[in-house]
Design a protein around this ligand. Structure first.
Ligand code: F6P
Length: 341
């Protein structure tokens, strides 16, 4: 079996690898290789054996020991990509793949499955925006890290009677911002899913300051502060994504204009949320995804992906994973609408 991790990393990837290798070896007599750097390793046949001894220490380790990349093996066409993947698997004696990734990696896995390549998937993204699963590992850790940061920023903000602005990851879905804002008691939380009313944000900050408190604002990197997402560069990666960046700076500039004399500081948490050791909940979810995926491989349930549905881990068709993004729905946003925290 060939394992790979693709796309942006997140805490828990190594826990999936550990569970898959241990269960696959012990229960099904499988042998594993790990491809380096996602689909790049598959295309180039860059792989090394992964044994029980290799993966046992990995449960709590952040990142991915296999490395990751945003290489798209289908960039030169599906037929050519499928041929290269098949050739590489045949050369290495790999019968089937377990791809751990987000919508891009799993999108490739879906296309490979449709072309007859034996593959199963396991979902990951700290953004928690895959519609086929109720949760992805990495999200819980990211929110915990962001909340700890906000708690710290709130105390220094209070000392200086300052507004603290905190930008978190979240490209199209504002789950990280929503949960961080809720758990940290932010006065304002701005998501990619809804327009930003700068005058209303400024009014809230003024009110909080007049109460003698220090305002805390949490915003997603994908929030549309000036009516569209802020881009670091318009250049696109192999999957057609632009690089976001600058939403927090835009917000600070706009609020400073509306609130002259109010001291403000911005902290961009960015990749800090993707690093480090996974939370206990993420270790459990990642382990269950690894176990489910390897069982599916053993039972020949190819073209499927591990998914959390309620409290059960099930295998769902890979195609579902990449169908629609799970964004924060209006009902969820309405829960807190109009409240002054
Ligand atoms: O999709 C996960 C994510 O962390 C997004 O929230 C973010 O926009 C993107 O990855 C950043 O990716 P990179 O590692 O390429 O900077």
């Amino acid at each position: 079996m060939g394992l790979l991790t693709g796309g942006g990393d997140c805490p828990g990837l190594n826990a999936v690898l550990r569970a898959a290798v241990l269960a696959g070896t012990q229960r099904h007599g499988m042998r594993f290789v790990g491809f380096r750097d996602g689909w790049r390793g598959v295309l180039e046949g860059d792989a090394a054996p992964l044994t029980e001894a290799d993966v046992r220490p990995l449960l709590a380790r952040g990142g991915t020991v296999l490395g990751s990349s945003r290489t798209n093996p289908l960039a030169d066409g599906v037929e050519a990509g499928v041929r290269r993947v098949r050739d590489s698997m045949a050369r290495l004696g790999v019968d089937a793949l377990l791809a751990v990734g987000g919508e891009d990696t799993l999108g490739v896995a879906t296309a490979l499955h449709e072309a007859g390549v034996p593959v199963v998937g396991a979902p990951k993204t700290i953004d928690d925006d895959l519609s086929a699963t109720d949760a992805t590992f990495g999200f819980d850790t990211a929110v915990q890290t962001a909340v700890e940061a906000c708690d710290r920023l709130a105390t220094t903000g209070a000392s200086h009677h300052r507004a603290m602005l905190v930008e978190v990851m979240g490209r199209h879905a504002g789950w990280i911002a929503l949960h961080t804002g809720t758990a940290a008691g932010a006065h304002v939380t701005l998501l990619p899913e809804e327009p930003v009313d700068l005058d209303a944000v400024a009014a809230t900050l003024r009110e909080v300051l007049e109460r003698g408190e220090a305002p805390l604002v949490v915003l997603s990197e994908g929030a549309q502060v000036l009516g569209e997402q802020a881009l670091r560069t318009a250049e696109r990666d192999a999957f057609g994504h632009v690089q976001l960046g600058g939403a927090g700076e835009q917000l600070q500039r706009e609020l400073e204009q509306r609130l002259p004399g109010v001291s403000m500081r911005l902290t961009v948490l960015g990749h800090l949320l993707r690093g480090g050791t996974p939370s206990a909940a993420d270790r459990v979810l990642a382990t269950r995804f690894g176990l489910s995926a390897v069982t599916a491989l053993a039972q020949g349930r190819l073209g499927t992906m591990a998914a959390l549905r309620g409290v059960e881990v099930v295998q769902v068709p890979l195609a579902e994973a990449t169908g629609v993004l799970r964004t924060v729905p209006p009902e969820r946003r309405a829960e807190t609408a109009g409240l002054r925290w």
